[in-house]
Design a protein around this ligand. Structure first.
Ligand SMILES: *Cc1c(COP(=O)(O)O)cnc(C)c1O
Length: 413
């Protein structure tokens, strides 16, 4: 029986669970000294995920769909089983659960299909804290179709200006696309309010769940999402796979995204007929072994107490912030009331890259840069920051070591 995170338990208690879970990640066996605090960029993979992919290659490797031979049927069954598991993971039905290559492709898919139905006079609402993946596809659409983009401002505390959001929502709004959790500030956005206001105005909502999927249970129906996107690799699964959820009504009304095999039901020289959902959006050979690995990641996350995991990661972030806020020259970005396990900070007089390189000398991995959110960095008047982000295997000791090393960085740099 694997250790589990427990809601409302003391952080030290959950920290022992995290320490025990670390043993399931072979990479930490290879690198016992590593303190990995870059989980918002990608998470390490438990053995069960690696085994699931390997098992597929060893025993059932074949292309999916249209296969008459039994190994092809078996591969198809494994792939569709993975889809059913991922659908259940987010409270969706399999027809609404499209395999993509990640959050970026999922959002581009919506921009290239739903987006193409829009034109001059139509507006899309985003926020200033969006990852480039939820900004650039809409900017490209704005260039192609003359759609106007409106941005919900972010306060100094790192929270969305909900009053301004209310003013931006209007009869011209065709979509609201926002992140559930900021990958820089860690802010957990008030999704219920955002969706509620949009739906009251008859506007569909796309939720970027790239940071949410690894740290909280998702229920697309309870969230009221019309579209929801996330990546496998940030939720302890393989690279090269992600999910786009869309309501059947929405997806049915959209044209296919890419053209190729699998997304058609029939091709003539004059044209094609699109396949049914969800295959209409899965052109070409899909990421099959990755789907099998992602299924194992969903199983793994569900088995460690996903409802309490986010709370534990937030507690680690709080501990980290408490520990570093007194260090001379440290500035923590944002102070949102609801914060996930992500903390971005700057150190006066030092470039964020030098801070990260200094921590790396002590085997502490943090990210430094703009974190794929240039406009947000500009909002805070900085070019870069360092970011520590916590995951299932991070312990209180990891956090305390990072604080200790960071407290000496100022003199060293
Ligand atoms: C990482 C991230 C993305 C992009 O995910 P990819 O896996 O790189 O496609 C989008 N949004 C947020 C909030 C992210 O953290």
């Amino acid at each position: 029986m694997r250790p589990q995170f427990v809601a409302h338990a003391p952080v030290e208690e959950n920290s022992s669970a995290a320490g025990a879970l670390k043993n399931e990640f072979p990479l930490f066996g290879e690198r016992p000294e590593l303190i990995y605090l870059d989980n918002a960029a990608t998470a390490q993979k438990p053995l069960s995920v690696l085994d699931a992919e390997r098992d597929f290659y060893l025993k059932s490797c074949a292309n999916v769909h249209r296969a008459i031979h039994s190994i092809g049927e078996e591969a198809t069954a494994r792939y569709e089983q993975a889809r059913r598991r991922l659908a259940r993971f987010i409270g969706a039905r399999p027809v609404e659960t499209v395999f993509t290559h990640g959050t970026t492709e999922s959002i581009n898919l919506v921009a290239r299909t739903y987006g193409e139905t829009l034109g001059p006079g139509d507006e899309i609402i985003l926020s200033v804290m969006e990852h480039h993946a939820n900004m650039v596809p809409w900017q490209q659409l704005a260039e192609r179709r003359g759609v106007a983009l409106k941005f919900i401002p972010v306060s100094e505390e790192g929270e969305l200006d909900m009053a301004e959001y209310g003013r931006l929502l209007g009869p011209k709004t065709r979509l609201v696309a926002v992140t559930m959790i900021s990958n820089v500030l860690g802010t957990i956005n008030p999704v219920e309010k955002i969706v509620g206001a949009a739906h009251a105005a008859g506007v569909p909502v796309l939720l970027d769940a790239a940071q949410a999927a690894p740290s909280m249970p998702l229920d697309v129906k309870a969230l009221g999402a019309d579209f929801l996107a996330f990546s496998g690799h940030k939720m302890y699964g393989p690279f090269g796979i992600g999910i786009l959820y869309g309501t059947e009504r929405m997806l049915d009304a959209l044209p296919p995204f890419m053209g190729g095999g699998d997304m058609i039901s029939e091709v003539r020289l004059e044209g094609f007929s699109a396949n049914e959902l969800p295959y209409k959006f899965e052109a070409g050979t899909p990421p099959i072994s990755q789907a099998v690995g992602l299924e194992a990641a969903a199983d793994w996350l569900s088995s460690v107490g996903l409802d309490a995991l986010g709370e534990y990661e937030s507690a680690l972030a709080q501990r980290f912030m408490e520990g570093i806020k007194g260090i001379p020259g440290i500035r923590i970005l944002g102070s949102a009331a609801r914060r996930a396990g992500i903390v971005a900070f700057t150190l006066e007089g030092a470039h964020a890259h030098d801070v990260a390189a200094y921590l790396d000398r002590f085997h502490i991995a943090v990210r430094a840069g703009h974190h794929c959110a240039h406009p947000l960095a500009r909002r805070y008047g900085i070019v870069s920051s360092a970011r520590a982000s916590f995951g299932t295997y991070n312990t209180c000791e990891d956090v305390d070591t990072a604080i200790r090393v960071l407290s000496r960085a100022g003199e060293a740099l």
